[in-house]
Design a binder for this molecule. Structure first.
Ligand code: GTQ
Length: 354
């Protein structure tokens, strides 16, 4: 097999070449052969790196931010999870954003909407809510909550415990296309017009409103409660079979289309049962993982990450990956898979060829 380093036959750059390049630059032009290997790589070259945020280490910073600024003053009090491979960046992967958001008892994060879509994966707390288009949903650990593009949303915490969740947004993609818009709702808190649980009952059961036609690509269900997800994983584990790489892995769906929950973000939840040792695999969608339950380790390329509940880690595109839990473990993950699939460029090897 040809080595990727000499796949392209790059000519030696003599002074004559360099002189030509200088004159070319003044014409706002450049020689393709100098950057072909970078522009048309033989295999993916993600800039983002494998990285793990240990929740016990980052949590004190999250709480400290709560003393520094209010949710209202910050609009959203969030610590961005910045991938060290993406210098000076505000991104967790080359295409996606992640953050840890805190809302303290009595606080409100004011109502706004934007073209970027958001998912929330709840880490701790009990009794805070996210409101989406007139319906409030209580955020409980492990819940997967969505605020689709251009839907008004606010967060509030009438409980007596701080609530922390991971935000996942398609900010880098939306800004890449220069399609970012945002606006405030006229009031701080949007009026409640629907009973809690209405969307889940209406669209997320085994019934659908007659002749319902989705008006957007986003799911009409905006809370996928963990209690349900966990029960499904448990039941499917009992029923089998277990995937050699993924354990029991399911994807969150838009029940109206069977497609992804958001146009640009796919999300997954998997049970790695006690005694499981996953086989190495890889895929082209750089993925953000959040440990929901348990502990274990994952081998990502050359790196081994030891993780436990609430830790967050990144697996870049095409890095080999396997998981090994210690006891039962549950992992949540999200990636830009829907975009890659829409472009017809998503690839997976699960398991990797030996
Ligand atoms: O909750 O609306 O982490 O607008 C970044 C941007 C959260 C939000 C983020 C946002 C939000």
């Amino acid at each position: 097999m040809m080595k990727s380093t000499n796949f392209y036959n790059k000519p030696e750059t003599t002074p004559e070449f360099l002189e030509f390049y200088e004159r070319l630059a003044k014409m706002n032009a450049a020689p393709l052969w100098e950057s072909l290997a970078e522009l048309v790589p033989v295999t993916p070259k993600p800039r983002c790196m494998p990285v793990l945020w240990n929740y016990d280490e980052i949590r004190p910073f999250v709480m400290e931010s709560g003393k520094l600024i209010t949710a209202k003053d910050a609009e959203r009090r969030v610590l961005i999870l910045a991938n060290p491979g993406l210098r000076d960046s505000t991104q967790v992967t080359d295409s996606l954003y992640a953050g840890l958001q805190l809302i303290l008892p009595g606080e409100v994060a004011p109502t706004h909407r934007h073209t970027t879509s958001a998912l929330r994966f709840i880490i701790e707390g009990n009794g805070a809510y996210t409101a989406v288009e007139g319906e409030r949903t209580t955020m409980r650990p492990g819940d997967f909550i969505l605020t689709p593009s251009w839907t008004y949303h606010d967060h509030g915490n009438p409980s007596d415990t701080p609530t922390v969740w991971m935000d996942g947004l398609d900010i880098p993609l939306v800004n890449f296309f220069n399609t970012g818009f945002a606006e405030h709702y006229p009031g701080e808190v949007q009026p409640v017009t629907r009973t809690e649980g209405d969307a889940l009952m209406r669209y997320g059961g085994h019934l659908m409103p007659i002749e319902y036609k989705p008006s957007t690509l986003a799911t009409p269900v905006f809370n996928y409660p963990y209690s349900r997800s966990r029960e499904i994983l448990d039941q499917l584990y009992r029923n089998g079979p277990l995937h050699p790489c993924h354990g029991i892995k399911m994807q969150y769906i838009n029940p109206a289309t069977g497609g992804y929950p958001l146009p640009a973000i796919g999300a997954f939840i998997q049970l790695l049962p006690s005694g499981f040792r996953g086989t190495a695999h890889r895929s082209t969608d750089s993925t953000v993982y959040c440990v929901v339950e348990g502990r274990g380790r994952s081998q990502i390329g050359e790196k081994t990450f030891v993780w436990k509940e609430h830790d967050i880690f990144v697996v870049p595109s095409w890095y080999s990956l396997f998981h090994e839990p210690q006891g039962d473990a549950v992992l949540f993950s999200y990636s830009d898979r829907p975009v890659q699939k829409a472009l017809g460029i998503w690839r997976e090897q699960a398991p990797m060829p030996t």
